[in-house]
Unconditional design. Structure first.
Length: 798
């Protein structure tokens, strides 16, 4: 069996998802959905055993709003008391959202018997994305890269991965959408970059949020490169996760609802269907006003059979959203300030995201950035999807693509909190705090990156917490929206036993290996202790062979090498730093800056003899032993779900898929049977059918058709698919002989013509060979007589 090498990307917006694919022979292409559109609404509706996605789900949201789920990315990994969930419910009050007592996250109570978590609903949409990509590419999908907003925190990123796990997607990476757009810009402009660097701002206003990213493109040459390759480095970021297309739509929807209410004395937002109708029309009007100065908003039967029609101008719309437009300046300012670049050093501002089409947004952006023009080089809807699929091809083993290095930036600082170790008999000041905080990954630290923290004084079991660091750069409302600022608690066990097992050996302490991976997630890879056992022994004068060996070794630099741990070799483009917890104080301390020296500061203490050393010198030898330390990590921001719960979610989706397949198979069986009944009824009156059948046969077939037709009329939902298939088989059997005769009659003229053609050629060949003499004749006399006889017989038959 040949394994598929096709990979896809899913640009996971709040309102739409865009899908791109790479397969052999197709470099990068946007996937068309079943409506032949290039973007698909991020919506799923569930009614009974029937699911609908995209445009069909949005249409269903007007009829049954409670059973159609939209804007799911806004509430991923959230608790019921989250400001984001409260805001979501204020906009869509018809949803029944509850909190799971185990995971402390929310779920939708769909009906009396069914409930769905946002991750399960997102998993359905990811499955649908894979189905669209597989159908479009005509092969299975091997791996996926999903885009997420740069402001997604740890819990939200974990929730996306959880949804992908439920959907059985092989995730190659989560990539920030701003980076994906930058990558799409850069891969087609490799020749435009040089070693001095080009600074650009990518301004991305999507459905829910806005991100301004200042990135530097330059050519760099890493250790293993034969030539310089482009690198994208994030220099600064400004964002507002509440400023997006949806907020503009809501302002317009409230305006339309107010006009309707004043005229008809009815509150639109107290009716779920009317609410979704007004939202839909507001979205349509908003999009039209991006290209026109005015338009008509009109809705049939908004409420109680009352139609609605009113003119809306662009000026009205802009006045409704004045405060929203003013928020653009802060986003641009934050990005510029954090990049430590001046406005003049940023060469261009490139637009990304569908909401940047709003003219006032562009005007405010020019003003805030002090630019006369904006870069409209990218397809604002598709740039992130295409950049992400390039990264998918790079991450996949099935493709070889040109290198394009990425250095993303961590937005939220991450630190480690622990208690100062107090040795037996040691006392500390009662007024002093024993808590110590070390910043592990500072704000705007590049990632992927690895760091090692050494606890040099902890000789017994201990624990520490991984938390968010100083978040004072955010508003309190935003911090409340993040949820838990504690990421995980780590319990380290077996330390005392390991030290007792190596009583006379030196050690640098307990080393904790952290990694901020390419998906922006903090990982704890391992914890270990390295022991060094030294011994001395007397050695006689070196042999001649030994001297020669040492001389050669020293010539090639073989002496006094520092052993490099695997983490340095694993990823040449991943920064690794070493942090040692020592000189512990009661104050909050910052982690040291990244060091360029090897990660392992425990070196082999072998010494090279001095030129004038005595013949009987004492040699010091050392033996390095690394012991893994047991630990248990408890998630605090998004409670880890056990495999059984994940399996239950997978089973839930599988049961829905199986029922859908059964329903579609049953519907196809019914359609096939109904179509054949109609066809056979019509055939009984056709001259061709009458000529090829007897009256008894037609009477028998007609009775069978009537019987099946009546049976179809009386069937209900209890009838199985196989029953319809059996009835179809019976009908086909009843007319098989007549159908065969009709087929024979149709084919006979053609076959006779073919026979005559062969006969004429055979007669000509026989006539030509009749008078031939000599050796190597084409036919023997026996063969010639047989052919002559066959020709004569065929003439009589014809």
């Amino acid at each position: 069996m040949i394994e598929s090498v096709a990979v896809m990307s899913v640009d996971l917006g709040s309102e739409f998802m865009k899908i791109a694919i790479v397969k052999p022979g197709v470099p990068m292409e946007i996937v068309l959905n079943k409506e032949s559109r290039r973007k698909t609404p991020l919506a799923v509706s569930i009614r009974g055993e029937e699911r609908q996605f995209g445009e069909m789900a949005l249409a269903q949201s007007i009829k049954t709003p409670k059973f159609a789920y939209i804007y799911l990315t806004q509430i991923l990994g959230k608790s019921l008391d989250s400001p984001h969930v409260k805001s979501y419910l204020s906009r869509y009050p018809f949803y029944d959202i509850r909190e799971d007592p185990t995971s402390k996250t929310i779920y939708f109570q769909h009906d009396e018997n069914q409930k769905f978590t946002p991750e399960e609903l997102l998993a359905m949409l990811l499955e649908y994305a894979r189905e669209l990509a597989a159908d479009f590419g005509e092969q299975a999908i091997d791996g996926t890269v999903i885009t997420v907003p740069a402001y997604f925190n740890q819990a939200e990123r974990k929730a996306v991965l959880r949804a992908a796990d439920i959907a059985n997607l092989k995730i190659l990476q989560l990539i920030n959408s701003n980076i994906a757009a930058g990558l799409n810009y850069g891969v087609f402009r490799r020749k435009d970059f040089n070693s001095t660097g080009t600074n650009l701002m990518f301004f991305d206003m999507g459905g829910s949020g806005t991100i301004a990213t200042i990135a530097t493109f330059l050519m760099v040459k890493h250790k293993d490169d034969y030539e310089a390759n482009p690198q994208l480095t994030v220099r600064g970021i400004g964002f507002d996760r509440g400023l997006g297309g949806q907020e503009f739509t809501l302002r317009l929807a409230k305006h339309l609802a107010k006009i309707f209410s004043e005229k008809n004395k009815k509150d639109v937002f107290k009716n779920a269907k009317a609410t979704m109708k007004i939202y839909k029309e507001a979205e349509r009007v908003k999009n039209i006003l991006s290209a026109n100065s005015e338009t008509m908003a009109q809705i049939e039967n908004v409420l109680d059979d009352i139609d609605f029609k009113v003119k809306v101008t662009r000026e009205e719309f802009e006045n409704l959203c004045t405060d929203l437009f003013e928020r653009i300046e802060k986003i641009v300012h934050d990005a510029t300030k954090s990049s430590e670049l001046s406005e003049d050093e940023v060469e261009s501002i490139i637009l990304v995201g569908g909401s940047t089409r709003i003219p006032r947004v562009q005007a405010e952006l020019k003003k805030a950035a002090n630019k006369n023009d904006l870069g409209k080089y990218l397809n604002t809807d598709e740039a992130a999807a295409l950049g992400a699929v390039y990264q998918a091809a790079y991450q996949s083993k099935g493709y070889k693509v040109k290198k394009f290095y990425i250095k993303d930036a961590n937005i939220y600082p991450i630190c480690v909190d622990f208690e100062k170790y107090v040795a037996p008999g040691e006392t500390i000041d009662a007024d002093a705090s024993s808590s110590i905080r070390r910043v592990l990954f500072e704000r705007f630290n590049p990632f992927p990156q690895k760091k090692v923290m050494t606890f040099s004084k902890h000789v017994e079991d201990f624990e520490f917490k991984i938390n968010y660091g100083d978040m004072s750069f955010l508003s309190q409302d935003y911090i409340n929206g993040i949820g838990s600022l504690n990421l995980s608690q780590v319990q380290v066990t077996g330390v005392k036993e390991l030290y007792e097992n190596h009583p006379n050996e030196e050690t640098k302490g307990v080393k904790v290996h952290f990694r901020l991976d390419d998906s922006g997630l903090i990982r704890l890879d391992k914890i270990d202790i390295t022991f060094e056992k030294t011994s001395t022994e007397s050695s006689s004068e070196e042999s001649t062979l030994s001297k020669i060996g040492n001389k050669i070794s020293s010539f090639f630099g073989g002496k006094n090498e520092e052993p490099v741990e695997e983490e340095n070799r694993e990823n040449a483009n991943s920064d690794t730093t070493h942090e040692q917890v020592k000189n512990e104080s009661n104050q909050t301390e910052q982690a040291s800056t990244p060091e360029t020296k090897p990660l392992n500061d425990t070196v082999t203490n072998s010494t090279e003899p001095a030129p004038n050393s005595q013949k009987n010198a004492t040699q010091v030898k050392s033996q390095i032993l690394k012991e893994n330390v047991k630990f248990k990590q408890i998630e605090l921001d998004l409670v880890a779900i056990d495999e059984n719960t994940i399996s239950e979610s997978k089973s839930k989706l599988k049961n829905i898929r199986d029922k859908e397949k059964a329903r579609l198979k049953r519907a196809a069986a019914i359609n096939s049977l109904e179509a054949f009944v109609f066809e056979l009824k019509d055939s009984l009156t056709q001259d061709e059918f009458i000529k090829c059948s007897t009256s008894e046969e037609r009477e028998k077939i007609g009775a069978k058709v009537e019987e099946v037709d009546n049976w179809l009329y009386e069937t209900d939902n209890t009838v199985h698919t196989k029953d319809f298939q059996d009835k179809l088989a019976e009908l086909k059997a009843s007319c098989r002989d007549v159908k065969f005769r009709i087929s024979e009659k149709k084919l006979r003229p053609k076959k006779l013509d073919e026979l005559k053609d062969v006969l004429n050629k055979s007669v000509g060949f026989l006539s030509h060979t009749k008078n031939l003499t000599g050796e190597n004749l084409p036919l023997t006399e026996t063969e010639w007589n047989s052919l002559d006889k066959l020709i004569n017989t065929t003439k009589v038959f014809g």
